[in-house]
Write a protein that binds this ligand. Sequence first.
Ligand SMILES: C[S@@+](CC[C@H](N)C(=O)[O-])C[C@H]1O[C@@H](n2cnc3c(N)ncnc32)[C@H](O)[C@@H]1O
Length: 206
Amino acid sequence: MDGRMSLVEHWHDTYQKRPPTRVTWYRAHLETSLALLQSLELPLSSAIVDVGAGASTLIDDLLDQGFSKVTAVDLSASALAVIERRLGARGEGVRWCAQDVCDVSFEPGSIDLWHDRAAFHFQVEEADKARYRAALHSALRPGGYAIVSTFAPDGPQRCSGLPTERYTGPQLAEALGLTLVEAVLHVHDTPAGNHQRFMTALMTRP
Ligand SMILES: C[S@@+](CC[C@H](N)C(=O)[O-])C[C@H]1O[C@@H](n2cnc3c(N)ncnc32)[C@H](O)[C@@H]1O
C-alpha cells in the first residue's frame, strides 16, 4: 500500500481494480463458515454481523436460510455496494455499515454471531488488535459465537499488499479473549490457481 493512501482508499481501490470474482479471496460460497454456522442451529431471529464482508456471498446465503437480522460491515463502501446491487429488494432489511468495525455502534451484547473471514488478520499492531477485541466483546452477547477465519500458520504473510497475521485456533481464541470450540484447517484456491492455507475457528464468548 502507498504510504499516503488510507486503508479505506486502499480497499476501495482494490475493489475498483478487479471484479469481485477476481480478488484472491473470492469464493462462490464461504462453505467452511456456513458448515460451522449450521452446526450451531441458531434461531432465525439471531443477530448476525459479517465483519469485513467485502463483496462476498455470506449475506446472500444467510438471507436464503431465513436469517433477517443481518449486518454487513466493511471499510469499502464499493464492496458493500456489490452485495447490495446483487441482492436488490432482498437486501432491504440488511444493515450496511461502510466503516471500520471498531467504529460501528452496536448495541452492547446485541450480536449472537460475529463472522469475520480474512479481516481481523490484517490487524498486525497490538493496539489495533486490542481495539478489535474490545469492539467484539462489547457487541457479542455472553454465550454468543464468533466464526473467524485467518491465514493458518503456514499460510501467506501478506494479502492485497498488506501484512497479515497467521494463527492456530488456540492462538486466535487467546488473541480475541474467546473460548475455542473448534478449529478447521482448510485450503483456499485463488482465482489464479494458487493455494492459501486458512484456519477457521468457532469460538464462544464466556
Ligand atoms: C480479504 S477481504 C475478505 C472479504 C470477505 N470477508 C470475503 O471472504 O470475501 C478483507 C475485507 O476486510 C475489510 N476490512 C479490513 N479491515 C477492516 C476493518 N477494520 N473494518 C471493516 N472492514 C475491514 C476490507 O475492506 C476487505 O473487504
